[in-house]
Design a protein around this ligand. Sequence first.
Ligand SMILES: NC(=O)c1ccc[n+]([C@@H]2O[C@H](COP(=O)([O-])OP(=O)(O)OC[C@H]3O[C@@H](n4cnc5c(N)ncnc54)[C@H](O)[C@@H]3O)[C@@H](O)[C@H]2O)c1
Length: 317
Amino acid sequence: MHYFITGGAGFIGSTLVDRLLGQSHTVTVYDNFSTGFHAFLDHAKLHPGFRLVVGDLLDRKALEAAMAGAEMVYHFSANADVRFGTERPDKDLQQNTVATFTVLEAMRATGIQRIAFSSTGSIYGEPSIFPTPEDAPFPVQTSLYGASKLACEGLIAAYCEGFGFQGVAFRFVSVLGERYTHGHIFDFCKRLLDNPATLHILGNGKQKKSYIYVQDCLDAMQFIETKAQPGFEVYNLGVDDYIEVNDSVRWITETMGLEPTLSYAGGERGWIGDSPFIYLDTTKIRSQGWSPKLTIRQGVERTIRWLLDNRWALEKR
Ligand SMILES: NC(=O)c1ccc[n+]([C@@H]2O[C@H](COP(=O)([O-])OP(=O)(O)OC[C@H]3O[C@@H](n4cnc5c(N)ncnc54)[C@H](O)[C@@H]3O)[C@@H](O)[C@H]2O)c1
């Protein structure tokens, strides 16, 4: 297969690139390096089946030219940070929703009909059912990021209906693992290296969150790729568990061998749009035969060890 990976220089996308090349596929990465890193593609660049196109998704002509000849799109490119939505309200709309529309139009122009989309558990806002299933009551949006991703899902579903595309949206909980370069564990690790004596935590530390290890996440996406039917499907991706932010603080400080004094900003949410409880029901994908291999704690520990061994990544952000 010839895969086209948007955001293929980022955390999750570059990890899939290495996998696909290892499986003898051809891969084109399209990325503007706004948050991605060339270092994540060092290994891929040695592979004859790899091609890198540096470009912006909003540049439709360049995107179409790069996409020609590919058979399936894995769409990872996005503004992947929930936290700063209210500071620049147009960013999620442009980088997520408009960019996804551009991807779909470029696919239509080049005759590609298959797309796997990296959506998010944030689209459930603050749900009332836990674990939250894919068919939870239609969610009220609490973040511009979640709203923009839900709009992307809507567009993909409409292209499946209108143009015969085959689309799968994967609603991830937070993803952890090697090459993790944003999120609260990254922030904690960076701040503890700067000042090992104290750690300030947004919210009350009791926010409940679920996580998935990046290789488990990609196992699931590739597993569904082999089964996908025409039309549009949605799958939650996560582990069957959740933790409190305070648990992650304990594991991080233990792994780093530190005993900082903790302080809390207070309140149930760390920022506007921070959901106090994220825990997704993954029965749908589990019933088809996928299950994650790593626990949340194992994922957190691997992430910290990678960050400590790759401090350049902490310094670049
Ligand atoms: N990491 C998580 O915990 C998580 C959780 C849920 C959903 N997701 C989704 O998964 C996807 C990948 O996340 P990630 O953590 O790998 O993010 P990332 O920031 O590491 O990767 C995103 C990549 O997209 C590229 N990019 C951004 N805007 C672009 C544009 N306009 N044109 C071309 N390239 C562009 C960046 O340079 C980067 O390489 C995102 O869509 C994100 O919303 C991530």
